[in-house]
Write a protein of this length. Structure first.
Length: 408
């Protein structure tokens, strides 16, 4: 059937594959599914056919799931890579965490598996540029500023290293926070509650795990000093993201929301511009053209991105990456619509509203992104939600947040 998404399942146990066939039988109209019993058999099939998603067990004789997904990443980068496994050694998983987009635990109920695969298959609709998709799909990590990366390594190597201190450092960095949150959101770590603030996520992962990530598995990476100096946007890009995170968090907290939404507001605020970092590393020259054009013509950065990169902006790119990495939809949708909240179909999303407002207010209060026209506040959107009267208090909260952080 045309339009079907193709999914390849790999497991060395025939009974597991039979169970998956039965479980997913209702999805046959939407998905064209293939089932094989080994990594080499999967690679043989991939050599002649295209699949949107590969789902593999981890422990298999010969070529294990990690080795298989590494090969898939190298040769078929557009394919989304998911582990569905039971008993797996933590250190073994962390050693191959790079090529794994998402991890699901056995036994996995039908609804969870269907929802995860449906979401994965839908991601492709966000981006039309196949080359950009492949680049994003191959990203194992996002580079950090040298100063923050070096702080983390120094803390990890210290005999008095603490999870609390590591969490404070990591929560200031986009790349390290995104990777930590990807891991915490996976079923492998067995964290059933909501995805927490990055600092709390570090504590949940534990010091030994973070040491493996930072020192052995090389899941964290840094720009060289030369690369950092050559980035087309200023260092205030990072401080802007942290400011927006803190402001959005305070706005949601002021509205009396539950802790889950307070944490999600911080995360979405911190990562709302992650797509800019991806585009700038994908093509530094093109992104420099974006910023030059935005400044010269006094247009918003996203408008210049559309001109240079085609029908895509940092919002779609960021949502695509973090969707691949399995972060909650509330966070990825906030990133996708943070410039255009009126387009989000679920009315009255407080986290999205908070990030939209915080992003605009941060620019107006600090002018940290003064290399282009600042994004505009959608007052009609706030009015439709009955929140326009809250704007003055939110502005005061945001100013206090900046002052408390000693940024001004």
């Amino acid at each position: 059937m045309t339009g079907q998404k193709r999914i390849l399942f790999v497991d060395d146990e025939p009974k597991i594959l039979d169970g998956l066939r039965r479980m997913l039988r209702p999805m046959r109209r939407d998905w064209d599914m293939a089932f094989v019993e080994s990594g080499p058999a999967a690679l043989d099939l991939l050599a002649g056919e295209t699949f949107e998603v590969v789902v593999t067990d981890m422990r298999m004789p010969g070529m294990d799931g990690g080795q298989l997904l590494r090969r898939v990443m190298e040769h078929y980068p557009q394919t989304i890579r998911i582990v569905l496994s039971g008993q797996a050694d933590r250190e073994a998983i962390l050693g191959v965490v790079g090529p794994i987009h998402q991890y699901l635990s056995k036994p996995c109920d039908a609804e969870t598996l269907k929802a995860s695969l449906t979401r994965a298959c839908a991601l492709g609709e966000l981006l039309a540029d196949e080359s950009l998709k492949q680049y994003i799909s191959q990203l194992e990590t996002l580079p950090s500023l040298p100063s923050l990366y070096d702080e983390v390594v120094t803390e990890l190597q210290s005999p008095t290293a603490s999870e609390k201190m590591l969490g404070q450092i990591i929560s200031k960095d986009i790349g390290m926070s995104a990777k930590v949150l990807q891991l915490v959101s996976s079923a492998f770590f067995g964290i059933r509650s909501h995805i927490p603030h990055p600092a709390q996520a570090v504590i949940l992962l534990g010091l030994d795990t973070v040491k493996i990530l930072g020192l052995s598995a090389q899941v964290f990476s840094r720009f060289t000093s030369v690369q950092a100096a050559d980035l087309p946007f200023p260092a205030t890009f990072w401080s802007h993201s942290v400011n927006v995170a803190r402001m959005a968090q305070q706005i949601v907290k002021a509205e009396g929301a539950e802790q889950r939404l307070v944490d999600y507001a911080f995360i979405a605020g911190l990562l709302h511009d992650v797509g800019k970092l991806v585009l700038a590393t994908y093509s530094p020259q093109k992104y420099e053209q974006v910023l030059v054009q935005a400044l010269k013509e006094n247009i918003e950065v996203r408008a210049a991105e559309h001109r240079i990169f085609g029908p895509v902006s940092h919002a779609e790119v960021g949502a695509y990456l973090l969707g691949l990495w399995g972060l909650p939809e509330l966070i990825t949708n906030t990133i996708l619509f943070h410039h255009s909240p009126e387009q989000y179909t679920h009315r009255g999303c407080l986290v999205l509203t908070a990030v939209h407002v915080a992003n605009v207010l941060e620019n107006s209060l600090l002018s940290t992104q003064a290399l282009s026209k600042s994004p505009e506040l959608n007052l009609d959107y706030l009015a439709r939600l009955g929140l326009a009267s809250r704007l003055s208090e939110w502005q005061d909260l945001c100013l206090e947040t900046i002052q408390e952080a000693e940024i001004l």
